[in-house]
Every structure is written in structure tokens, then in C-alpha cells.
Design a protein around this ligand. Structure first.
Ligand code: ADP
Length: 646
């Protein structure tokens, strides 16, 4: 590329030419590092320019929405600055732990320093840091505030400071943390070290505040658009009677996917969990009154996909690094557009479609007004009224929600309407007519909101089981081992060799070394007919309940509704029962002509791989139908005498 372009630039003087060459060189180097460590092929918008600013030693202020890929912006320079350490200031222990674990999986040395460490561990990290052993060192703001920290940090070969969640430094932001104010001292103590601030949430005022407080010097500013086109905003006014049904409808629509439900109070968290349990929807809670261990445990159960629905107060979420969240549902009016944007923005960080549903009630406004009136500081009260007026206007139905958000953050979008909010496209059918069955019906192809419709569900479950076991064995959250997006791509690509696996997004050099062979083996076993093993006790009870409902004449959809499951989950269980000879296949389950087509394909191609059958059959034939028919044939085959006996 450079060689091709350079002859065409004869008029560029020597210096500019040198800069140009350097930039191009840097670009190839950056891409090579991106591929090597992360296993990604390209940068997301602005990432490359931000990395270049940081490598060029510039103070930098980055405003990028959640999911934009901020962490890579400071981690990649860290990987490329041998002998230097990037010191990351981050407010949450869980986030630091996850990031250090993810870095380890990429072969990048990182460490953290916060209150969770013992004295000996701290001493060892400090020693390592002074020796320049870490590319990244995560430090909590409280830790930084301690007097001795600055003196030993001065002996660390610091490449730059990266301040994560930088809006916490501003009283104008909705997540002000007094300990962040300590960061103002950094400039004085480290006058030659570049400082880079990162935030997902900043109005112009907060942005200026960040730059002032951190004393950034002529910083490079990168402000990504706040438009998140993969999010569908749906705002619905309801009352105490209708809200619970709407919540259940939304959760059924997203059955099998990760969802966050935001509740206004701790009491409502508990009530909601109990109510959902009655409806057969498993959910766990998260709020400030729980002890740290239970909070961490619940968070991990949700992160590892053990329980899909998490009901929390606003205490949940800052720094939560789960990319494949398919819906965020609010049960009350947030205090500000910023807060709403931040919380709702935890949906769809993987870039796939996701729903942000705001179910608010008139009485929420009275509560917000009450709190504002109680404020004693007039300046704070004035800010609160301003935020209140903005969020009240946001929930009015006339205007495009995406447009409103972008304008709130100081953008001037050229478009006036989107196709991804209720104001522009109307309420989605599943919400407008909650009495109807959930989205999954037999006879229709299984279409999932997360675009995983073309993924063999058996293989997905099988790989997830491997991921769960592997993550548990190493004490890691499941997504650290592998993101859902990579898992789905594995199902589609079905690599048979390490070089093929390396081309799957998310498999960098180190991750491939760590898990490559295991994953190839798992895929091979799957091809050989291996399937997920469920915990026997739980599955027996569920299977009995399903068989009882079938015997009473209920359809799969009805059973799914009664048991609060996805129809495909019920069908998968039924197929399993058929295969194990516990249940007779019933001809009414699959239309006769379709059944014949599937049986013919099974005879031609074998019954081992549903994916192979699906690819060979017309697209309108669903995985569910194939699974049922194949289960019957698998049963027949297992009963047939072995060839040598014939
Ligand atoms: P933020 O901190 O801005 O919310 P993250 O840094 O957590 O975002 O990134 C969100 C998700 O996007 C993560 O799963 C991350 O691995 C992924 N990601 C970031 N950059 C890229 C890229 N260039 N290509 C593919 N995925 C990326």
C-alpha cells in the first residue's frame, strides 16, 4: 500500500513524507497487534485515531458510548509500549478483575491494586510495577488517594494514565464520586505523563469539567456519536396494574437471552423477583443492601449465563462488561436522560439488535419531584429540575427517541426519524398485543432478536456447556473465556484446524494457544454425536412436568407459556425424551409433508448433525422440526440390532 502510494506524492516535502510513512507503518503495526492479541480484523470508529494519539504522547479526552470499545483504546497502546506501564484508574473492583483476566487470555501482562488484595499481594504487585513488569496496572481511585501511592508510582515506568469512567470526577455527571477528585493531583505529580480520559456519558458541561479537573493540556478530543442504531427504544406509560404483565411479556419475548431489569427501590427488586418466580421466570437480584459476597455471587451467576434475568437497582451496572445483553427494562422513570442512556446502553454492546424498554408510571414523577424538593443545596436542586424537565419531555410520545438522545448530547443529527424507536415505528406487536403467544411458534423459522437464528441450537448449547465448565474451572466469568459473538461464529464456521479457528473473530494468538485444541476437540465430539448433559435432578422434574402437560393435550407453545420457557426449549426437551425412549413421537407435531422431507434428508445425510440437515432442507423447515424427527430416528437406530447380529 505504502509503496503503491508514495510515488504519487512527489510534491509532499520530506518531513511530511516521513510522517506519512510513519503513520502508515504505525497503521500496519496497529492492525497486526489487533489481530495478534484480540483476534479482531478491524478497528471500530475512532479507535485507531485514539490509539495513535495515545502512542504519540498526547493528552486525550474520549467520549464514546457504551459498547464503542473504549478499553481497547488504552490497552492496545499498552501492548505496544514495551517496558512502559499504562496506569488505568477504574472505579470498580469487578471491572478491574475482569479486564486483568481478559488481558491474561490475550497474553498481555496486567495487574490490579485495590482493597480486595492482601498485604502480601499488594507488596508483590507494587514490586512488580516498579520493575516495569506490567503493561497495564489498574488502580482504584481510593488507592491513588493514599499518600504512599504517589511516591511508589513515581518509580514505575509509566507510559500514560488512562482514566476510565472519567465523568465520575464531575458533580454535573450523574455518577459523581468524591474520590475521583483526587485525580486532579496527577498532573502536578506526573507533569510529563500523558493523561487520557474516557467516558461514555458526558454532556458538554461534564466534558469541560473533566478537562479542567484533570488539567489536560490541549487534549486531542474524540467524541463519537451517541447514536446506537442497534438499540430499539420503546417507552410506554403504564400503571401498577398493567406494568407486571408488560414485564412478563417482554421477558418471554427475550426468553433465553440476558436481560437487566432496573427497579426504582430495593423493595421493588425483591417483589419483582418473587412475582417473576410465580410466573416461572428465574431471576436474581442486585442492590446496595445486599452484602458484597451475595452481590458478587449474583452478578457472577448472571455473567456466566446461569440465570438470565437480573433485577437490580441503579447500583447495578457501572463497569459491567457483558456484551450480549438483549434487553434492558426500566420499571420507573430515571432521574435524567443521561442516566437512562447509560443504563439502557448496557444492552447490545456486541452490536446486535437489543431492546430498551422504559415502562414508566405517572406516580414516578411525584417521587422524583419529592426528592428534588427535599434537596437543600440550591445549585444541586436547580440541576435536578433541569434533568427532570428533560426526561419528562423525553418520554412524551411525539419525537424520535434516538434523535432526542443525540440532541441531548449536543449532536445535530441530519436525520429526523429512525426505524428503531416506538415514536417512529410504533409499538412492536409483541408489546401491543401481550395476550398473544411468545414470538416462537412452530412452523415458522426460529428468529431470534440477536441474529443467532442461523446457529445450530444443539451445537450452541454444547459449546456453552464447555465454556461454562472451562470458566468455572479457572474461576473466570464465561465471557472472559469467549464472547457470545465468537461462540456463534464458531457454530457457523465450524473450524477443523487451528488456522481456521484463528480466523474466527476474538481468537487472538494466545487464546488460540489456550483453548484452540480443546475447542476443535469439542467440535469433533459434537460431529461424532455428543450432546449437552443436563443436571439429572433438575431435568427429571422439568421433563415430568412437560410430559404431564403434553398428556393433557397442550401444544408446545402452550407448555412454553405455562412454564415460562421458550418454545424451542420445550421442544428440545421433548426431542430428548423421544430419543431416550421416554416419550412416543406424535405425528401431529410435524406436518406430514415436512416430516417426509426431513426423514429423506436423514436417510441421505445421517442424523448426527442438525446443521447439515438444516442446510440441506428448504429454509422454512425449522431446527425444532428437524430436531423432533431426528430424535425419533435416532431412537429407532439405537434400538436396531447391531450389524454383526443380523
Ligand atoms: P466500552 O468500554 O466502550 O463500553 P468495551 O471496551 O467493553 O466497550 O467493548 C465492547 C465490546 O466490543 C467488547 O466485547 C469488545 O471486545 C468489543 N470490541 C471492541 N473493539 C472491537 C473491534 N475493533 N472489533 C470487534 N470487537 C470489538
Amino acid at each position: 500500500m505504502q509503496r503503491f502510494l508514495l510515488p504519487y506524492l512527489p510534491r509532499i516535502d520530506g518531513i511530511r513524507r516521513a510522517i506519512y510513512t510513519l503513520t502508515m507503518l504505525a497503521e500496519t503495526d496497529l492492525l497486526a497487534a489487533l489481530r495478534r492479541y484480540w483476534g479482531y480484523d478491524s478497528f471500530r470508529p475512532l479507535q485507531q485515531r485514539i490509539v495513535q494519539s495515545l502512542l504519540g504522547g498526547r493528552d486525550t479526552c474520549v467520549v464514546m458510548p457504551t459498547g464503542g470499545g473504549k478499553s481497547l483504546c488504552y490497552q492496545l497502546p499498552a501492548a505496544m509500549l514495551p517496558g512502559k506501564t499504562v496506569v488505568v484508574i477504574s472505579p470498580l473492583i469487578a471491572l478491574m478483575q475482569d479486564q486483568v483476566a481478559q488481558l491474561a487470555q490475550m497474553g498481555i501482562e496486567g495487574a490490579l491494586l485495590n482493597s480486595s488484595l492482601t498485604g502480601a499481594e499488594k507488596a508483590s504487585v507494587i514490586r512488580g510495577a516498579r520493575e516495569g513488569r506490567y503493561r497495564l496496572l489498574y488502580v482504584s481511585p481510593e488507592r491513588l488517594a493514599q499518600e504512599d501511592t504517589i511516591s511508589w508510582l513515581e518509580k514505575v515506568p509509566i507510559g500514560l494514565f488512562a482514566i476510565d469512567e472519567a465523568h465520575c470526577i464531575s458533580e454535573w455527571g450523574h455518577e459523581f464520586r468524591p474520590d475521583y477528585r483526587q485525580l486532579s493531583r496527577l498532573r502536578k505529580h506526573f507533569p510529563t505523563c500523558p493523561i487520557a480520559a474516557f467516558t461514555a456519558s458526558a454532556t458538554q458541561r461534564v466534558r469541560h469539567d473533566i478537562i479542567d479537573q484533570l488539567q489536560l493540556r490541549d487534549p486531542d478530543k474524540y467524541i463519537a456519536s451517541f447514536h446506537r442504531p442497534n438499540l430499539r427504544y420503546i417507552v410506554k406509560q403504564c400503571d401498577a396494574r398493567t406494568q407486571p404483565d408488560l414485564l412478563v411479556t417482554a421477558l418471554r419475548k427475550h426468553a433465553g437471552s440476558s436481560v437487566i431489569v432496573y427497579s426504582p427501590t430495593i423493595a421493588r427488586v425483591e417483589e419483582t423477583i418473587d412475582f417473576l418466580e410465580e410466573k416461572g421466570i428465574a431471576a436474581i437480584g442486585y442492590h446496595g443492601k445486599m452484602d458484597t459476597a451475595s452481590r458478587r455471587q449474583n452478578q457472577e451467576r448472571w455473567m456466566s449465563d446461569e440465570v438470565r434475568v437480573l433485577v437490580g437497582t441503579v447500583a447495578f451496572g457501572l463497569g459491567i462488561n457483558k456484551a450480549a445483553v438483549r434487553a434492558v427494562i426500566h420499571l420507573s422513570l430515571p432521574k435524567s436522560i443521561e442516566q437512562y442512556y447509560q443504563e439502557a446502553g448496557r444492552a447490545g454492546r456486541d452490536g446486535d439488535p437489543a431492546d430498551c424498554l422504559l415502562l414508566w408510571q405517572k406516580r414516578d414523577t411525584a417521587l422524583l419531584v419529592h426528592f428534588i424538593k427535599e434537596m437543600t443545596d440550591p445549585a444541586e436542586q436547580k440541576r435536578a429540575w433541569q434533568r427532570y424537565d428533560e426526561i419528562r419531555s423525553f418520554v412524551e410520545p411525539q419525537k424520535c427517541r434516538h434523535h432526542e438522545i443525540c440532541t441531548h448530547f449536543g449532536e445535530t443529527p441530519k436525520w429526523k426519524s429512525c426505524s428503531a424507536c416506538d415514536s417512529c415505528s410504533g409499538e412492536p406487536d409483541w408489546l401491543a398485543k401481550p395476550a398473544e403467544a411468545p414470538e416462537l411458534g412452530r412452523g415458522k423459522p426460529v428468529k431470534r432478536a440477536d441474529g443467532a437464528a442461523d446457529v445450530d441450537p444443539e451445537l450452541r448449547e454444547y459449546l456453552r456447556e464447555w465454556r461454562r465448565t472451562t470458566a468455572k474451572g479457572s474461576g473466570l466469568p464465561a465471557f472472559v473465556v469467549m464472547h457470545d459473538t465468537s461462540l456463534d461464529e464458531l457454530c457457523r464456521v465450524h473450524p477443523k484446524s487451528l488456522p481456521e479457528l484463528r480466523r474466527v473473530s476474538g481468537f487472538g494468538e494466545r487464546k488460540t494457544e489456550l483453548y484452540g485444541q480443546q475447542i476443535l476437540d469439542v467440535l469433533k465430539h459434537f460431529r461424532g454425536g455428543a450432546r449437552t448433559t443436563e443436571t439429572p435432578k433438575k431435568s427429571t422434574k422439568q421433563a415430568e412436568e412437560t410430559m404431564r402437560l403434553l398428556a393433557k393435550g397442550h401444544t408446545f407453545d402452550e407448555i412454553a407459556k405455562i412454564r415460562g420457557r421458550q418454545a424451542s426449549t420445550v421442544i428440545s426437551m421433548v426431542a430428548d425424551l423421544v430419543e431416550r425412549g421416554k416419550l412416543e413421537f406424535q405425528s401431529g407435531w410435524v406436518d406430514h409433508p415436512r416430516r417426509v422431507m426431513i426423514e429423506e434428508a436423514c436417510i441421505r445425510l445421517g442424523v448426527e448433525r442438525l446443521r447439515t440437515l438444516k442446510d440441506a432442507l428448504p429454509p422454512e423447515i425449522t431446527f425444532d422440526e428437524i430436531r423432533l424427527v431426528a430424535a425419533r430416528l435416532r431412537r429407532q437406530q439405537s434400538q436396531a440390532p447391531a450389524p454383526k447380529d443380523r
